[in-house]
Design a protein around this ligand. Structure first.
Ligand code: AMP
Length: 398
């Protein structure tokens, strides 16, 4: 079956058409600058060249239609008609407490996704527009939602409750949810497969380190804690996000700089993190170069990131009373050997030893710890689209 995977961002829509029997990507692409000038669609068939064209699209609905047009294009398309699409899997940011796993999108589930807009006002409306557009254009095709939060719904209360009056949890469901769940789940399962052990026998710490970063403690196949919280702003310092910060410091800063809460959140989301500290870039490649060229602030930013990662890994080893495997994934986790090495240096007390030559490889599934390391350290490229396609197939077959 061909499964279309749709991932709506604020001004983008990523799509992949995956053949589920062989798990091959038939084509993929992205609609960018939706609602802005010079919006464009890129399209890359498995056996062809990537093309990008400027196409006007003002809404995510139009972007879905354009993605379907390129997939079915007479010359370069990989399918002839929309009937060759057996199912659509949507990435949805927030499933609240409604969704503890992926779901088939019937009317009731779509309403529940819409209800979650209250706690995810920036993200869920975008996913919904993709869902409505596909429903309109392919009314008979089954659709699923795969949530960033669902994998973390196994967290116990001690991990998800904040230390605020309980009524706020009861009234408003304010709690830690965690994100990147599709990636954490895929990577934890893949690590178990590569180690040749059942996931239910392993204590794994997954480090999803990209522009947005989060770490999850996965005990016997279930997430028991994670660094992101009610929103993806909590936890580690990230590319442009601050991560955790004393809330009272914000009051002080807002007063000093005459900022309102929206200004403040804008700064915490877009101008902070390693970008804010270095004053240069959120990209670890740029920071590595700047550090080499002598920038102290770039060096500080990189060190703070590695230090915070190591602190959370240590915390999760304590939470699980042990750790069998630590896995790095996403842009930084898969590619940045210096950051991996620095994090692992902090973890020497766990008996972790890194094989330098293995660690210098990039972007492939590999073990980077030595054979005498007490904990296996691995790199596993994430594949959220494949996980969404697998979940979609599972739901449709059940
Ligand atoms: P992601 O959000 O997972 O796409 O990760 C994007 C981030 O990964 C970029 O902003 C960089 O900081 C980082 N990254 C990507 N490639 C490399 C590389 N070769 N070396 C170091 N960092 C990288």
């Amino acid at each position: 079956m061909n499964i279309l995977v749709i991932n709506c961002g604020s001004s983008s829509l990523k799509y992949q058409l995956i053949q589920s029997d062989t798990e091959t990507v038939l084509a993929k692409g992205i609609c960018e600058r939706i609602g802005l000038e010079e919006s464009r669609v890129s399209y890359e068939p498995a056996n062809g060249k990537k093309e990008t064209k400027i196409v006007s699209m003002s809404t995510h609905s139009e972007a879905v239609r354009i993605a379907l047009d390129v997939l079915t294009n007479e010359q370069s398309g990989v399918i002839k008609t929309l009937e060759e699409i057996g199912a659509v899997g949507h990435r949805v940011a927030h499933g609240g407490e409604f969704f503890t796993s992926s779901t088939l999108l019937n009317e009731k589930a779509i309403k529940a996704v819409a209800d979650c807009c209250e706690i995810a006002p920036l993200h869920n409306p975008l996913s919904l527009s993709g869902i409505y557009a596909c429903k309109e254009l392919m009314p008979k095709v089954p659709m699923t939602a795969v949530f960033d939060t669902a994998f973390h719904q196994t967290m116990p209360k001690k991990a998800y409750l904040y230390g605020v009056p309980y009524e706020y949890y009861e009234k408003y469901k304010m709690r830690r949810y965690g994100f990147h769940g599709t990636s954490h789940s895929y990577v934890a399962k893949r690590a178990a497969a590569l180690l040749g052990k059942p996931a239910a026998s392993l204590k794994t710490i997954v480090c999803h380190l990209g522009n947005g970063s989060s770490i999850a403690a996965v005990e016997y196949g279930k997430s028991i804690d994670t660094t992101m919280g009610f929103t993806p702003l909590e936890g580690l310092i990230m590319g442009t996000r601050s991560g955790s910060i004393d809330p009272a410091a914000l009051q002080y800063l807002m007063h000093k700089e005459n900022l309102n809460i929206d200004d403040m959140l804008g700064i915490l989301n877009k101008k902070s993190g390693v970008y804010g500290i270095s004053g240069r870039s959120s990209d670890f490649r740029d920071l590595g170069e700047a550090k080499k060229a002598g920038s102290e602030r770039a060096a500080d930013a990189l060190e703070i990131f590695a230090y915070q990662c190591a602190k959370f890994i240590g915390a999760y080893a304590a939470a699980m009373k042990g750790v069998d495997a630590i896995v790095f994934t996403a842009g930084i986790g898969e590619n940045d050997k210096d950051t991996r090495e620095r994090i692992c240096e902090y973890l020497c007390w766990l008996g972790i030893r890194i094989d330098e030559s293995a660690n210098s490889r990039r972007g492939e599934e590999m073990k980077i710890s030595t054979s005498d390391s007490n904990v296996t350290v691995m790199v596993i490229p994430t594949n959220e689209e494949l996980e969404i396609a697998r979940e979609t197939l599972r739901l449709i077959m059940s």
